[in-house]
Design a protein around this ligand. Structure first.
Ligand code: GLY
Length: 363
């Protein structure tokens, strides 16, 4: 599989994609002159599967290794967990030339990146993503952070990794629900950026598990999604404009996640529901054809993802929650809406009346 470069004004970096490459992590990092001390941050489940391979690879390459485990899950993504990372870094005298390695999914990646951005005003950071969602989205682009009691990811920094080392074989232990959640972000890239990826997904019979996707399509999914993310981030690192298109499906998706108290849906499932809703809004505004929306929704269903906002959620509550979203600017809600397969616009012209009208209709 090819290497992809995230081209940035400062500190461009590689996304290295190769099956079974965790064993080469140490030699990959050695080539980047990253100092001697490496702190691997993971969660106990992921570390039980991959910690030994990761540490052996680093030690064989001559690194001194340290480990810190954070319990799995979004409920641990807060500043106290970061304080514990600082304590380990301090106890082991990690220096500015040292490296924090995130071995895990999006939660571990976001927290490790934030700790790396802030410890000694910034140490090296390497992403080793282990979920499909973190491979195709969260590990690339430098968004790091933790949650505040009042909202997700309210504390954070843009801080780019030195390397994203992707070993697709690590997906073999990923729970099915998490695999499907990652597929939501893959379909997102097809709708917002890469019509050819979208067509390739349409041509495949089943998308609802790693086994059904198979190694050939998985290679396409990983490389094309990372390529799309690298192109968008390369043009707009700090989300001044274009990068907002990566939030397609997230406006209503976040509202659904929040109103169901993060208990009913994992993030990718909520994004799938949000993409269906955004498609309805785009059709309602005559920006998108019903035929194109049907094609998007068919892919979401084929990936085993939910499509409907739960009946118990009132549209009035969704409208209220959307107003407090991070994407609100000057009091106007910003929506990403498709205009063709592979093309979206950013608009603040979506009124509560349009949303109410569009969301009232079933698939
Ligand atoms: N996940 C959206 C972004 O990285 O901008």
């Amino acid at each position: 599989m090819p290497n992809i470069t995230v081209n940035l004004p400062q500190d461009s970096y590689a996304i290295a994609i190769a099956p079974d490459s965790l064993k080469q992590l140490g030699s990959q990092m050695k080539q980047l002159n990253l100092g001697n001390k490496v702190l691997v941050i993971s969660n106990p489940e992921i570390f039980a599967h991959y910690g030994e391979t990761c540490l052996n690879s680093l030690k064989e390459a001559g690194f001194d290794t340290y480990t810190h485990l954070i319990p799995a899950g979004e409920s641990h993504k807060h500043l106290q967990s970061i304080q514990a990372v600082y304590d380990v870094a301090q106890a082991n005298h990690l220096e500015r030339s040292s490296t924090f390695v995130a071995l895990g999914g999006g939660v571990i990646g976001d927290m490790t990146g934030f700790a790396a951005a802030t410890w000694l005003r910034g140490v090296n950071f390497v992403q080793v993503p282990t979920s499909l969602l973190s491979i195709v989205d969260a590990s690339v682009g430098g968004k790091t952070g933790v949650n505040h009691p009042q909202g997700k990811n309210l504390i954070g920094a843009f801080y780019q990794p030195k390397l994203v080392a992707i070993d697709p074989n690590l997906l073999q232990t990923l729970p099915l629900k998490e695999f499907r959640a990652g597929m939501a972000e893959v379909i997102k890239y097809g709708v917002i950026w890469d019509a050819d990826l979208f067509t390739k997904l349409e041509q495949h019979n089943q998308l609802d598990s790693l086994e059904h996707v198979g190694s050939n399509l998985l290679e396409t999914i990983v490389t094309r999604s990372c390529q799309a993310k690298a192109e968008v981030v390369g043009q707009d690192e700090k989300e001044a404009g274009l990068r907002a298109i990566l939030n397609y499906g997230h406006t209503i998706g976040h509202a659904v996640e929040s109103l169901t108290h993060y208990q009913q849906f994992v993030h990718g499932e909520a994004v799938a529901i949000g993409m269906v809703a955004a498609g309805k809004i785009a059709v309602e505004m005559n920006l998108w054809t019903q035929a194109a929306a049907d094609r998007q929704n068919a892919l979401i269903i084929k990936a085993g993802l939910p499509t409907e906002i739960p009946q118990q959620l009132a549209i009035a509550d969704i409208l209220e929650t959307i107003k407090s979203d991070k994407k609100v600017s000057a009091g106007k809600v910003r929506f990403i809406l498709p205009t063709a397969i592979g093309k979206v616009i950013i608009t603040d012209q979506v009124t509560p009346e349009i949303i109410t009208q569009a969301l009232g209709s079933k698939l």
